[in-house]
Design a protein around this ligand. Sequence first.
Ligand code: 4NP
Length: 161
Amino acid sequence: MENKKISLLFVCLGNICRSPSAEAIMKHIVKKHGTEDTFIIDSAGLYGGHAGSLPDQRMRTHAARRGYQLLHKARSVTTNDFSEYDLIIAMDDGNYANLQSIAPTVEARNKVVRMADYLEHYQNDTIPDPYYGGADGFENVLNLLEDACEGLYKKQTKSNI
Ligand code: 4NP
């Protein structure tokens, strides 16, 4: 029996909209399956300007309507994250390129993946930044993240448990 935990770090720009939502949705999924002891799940941002803050109020409101409480405090991605986590999951292509450029080793660079690659029902190739848009953008993010988190969970549990 494999005892090693699967560690996942969700990353967006500000760490106040997309990645803390992904973190909460993934934690909800592993809890639903009773596998929370198998996973380490966190989120971080590439822009540190919101460090220490709770997620954006709009994101919190939309997430709460679906039963997700967003309590993460924003933090920046660190070099250490690249050794601590198995997968560093980028929300969009800008995040992906930025993470690849700061990854300290080739092994670290290979841990960086795109969230949209785990979508099962939606065709999108990115999880779009909702920050400067309206309510639809926040709902869209949640729809995409619920789909991608299910896909990611299936992929991880198939290959690791
Ligand atoms: P996030 O959204 O990357 O999904 O957390 C954003 C939050 C803040 C900013 C941009 C995107 N910002 O420019 O402050």
